[in-house]
Design a protein around this ligand. Structure first.
Ligand code: BMA
Length: 319
């Protein structure tokens, strides 16, 4: 496949839902400034989004919205679902950008989210069965850290976490390991920013890792700083199924970038920020849920098999 054919394929992979944005502050049962960056899972045949909601102080909390088709008729919880604990220094300035996976061993959902602590943003973990009651397991690693998600199972006896610390101003994606979800170590660089490319300034995990026959499909956001601000776009990588610290493929080009007005204009212009995905195996459909311009929630769809074909046509990553 030539460069141009592949770029064309990347460009056509995802279709924006024609009813976008699917959720805005106008759909909310209480006053908010913005609703964006949702985690997504399937629960009881419904699509459940756990959405970042920013209040008029500029602090965020997380609220559930449910829909039977994943596009329309959202039922939004009438009050915040998971709020910052006002007595906790870890959660002083709110909760942001959740990701969710089903932890097979615990038979519970694991939510990793950003807590805005006095010392900067940290990644915290909460588990739940029903999105009504939550057990908070605390911060996982020191600040500054964001964009984290667990994998649904252990690898060689250890849980694995993808996250994005900022070290010396550099923002690469890392993977770390833990025997008990509390003590984390064996930190390894996973995906770096690429000088010259669209993802030269920052990279961070987008939605939860998606298991496929060929490996873990990983959507990530990449940032380029420009004279008029940052542009957040989305790229794709493939990780080894049994050794997810090994990156097999990575797209040269982005597969989704700000184009629609609701993505180009908002509280933060030119941002598409996926943080949840739902795969419908029966129809091969992948719904990618994303925050648009830090204001609203939107969705784009693709066939999972097309996304897999595309990533297999991308360059192999040499370690
Ligand atoms: C990142 C995060 C996201 C936000 C994005 C664009 O650093 O804080 O929550 O959507 O910036 O503003």
């Amino acid at each position: 496949m030539t460069e141009l054919t592949r770029q064309q394929k990347a460009h056509e992979l995802f279709k924006r839902y024609q009813g976008n944005p699917i959720l805005t502050p106008q759909n909310w049962p209480y006053p908010t400034n913005a609703v964006f960056n949702p985690a997504a899972v399937k629960l009881n045949a419904e699509t459940l989004l756990l959405i970042r909601v920013e209040d008029m102080r500029g602090f965020s909390h997380l609220t559930v919205a449910r829909s039977s088709d994943g596009f329309t008729n959202w039922e939004v919880d009438s009050a915040p679902t998971l709020e910052a604990d006002q007595n906790s220094r870890e959660e002083k300035w709110g909760l942001e950008d959740p990701r969710i996976i089903w932890l097979e061993e615990q038979k519970q959902f694991a939510i990793t989210y950003v807590s805005f602590s006095e010392g900067g943003p940290v990644v915290s973990l909460a588990i739940t069965k029903n999105f009504k009651t939550f057990a908070r397991l605390g911060a996982l690693l020191p600040p500054e850290d964001k964009d984290a998600c667990l994998f649904p199972r252990r690898f060689r006896g250890r849980f694995a976490l993808i996250h994005r610390p900022i070290v010396r101003g550099e923002a690469h994606m890392w993977i770390s390991f833990s025997p008990d979800l509390k003590h984390w170590g064996d930190h390894r660089l996973l995906i770096r920013t690429r000088p010259g490319y669209w993802d030269c300034h920052r990279v961070g995990l987008a939605c939860q890792p998606i298991e496929t026959a060929k490996g873990w499909m990983l959507f990530y956001h990449g940032v380029r700083a420009t004279a008029s601000g940052a542009i957040y776009r989305v790229g794709l990588a493939l990780l080894d199924l049994n050794e997810p610290w090994r990156v097999l493929r990575r797209s040269d080009e982005w597969i989704l970038g700000p184009r629609a007005t609701y993505e180009r204009v908002g509280d933060a212009d030119d941002v598409v920020f996926p943080s949840g995905a739902v795969v419908h195996k029966e129809t091969d459909q992948l719904n990618l849920y994303y925050g648009a311009a830090d204001c609203a929630v939107a969705v784009a769809t693709a066939n999972l098999s097309d996304v897999l074909d595309y990533i297999m046509s991308c360059p192999e990553v040499k370690e």
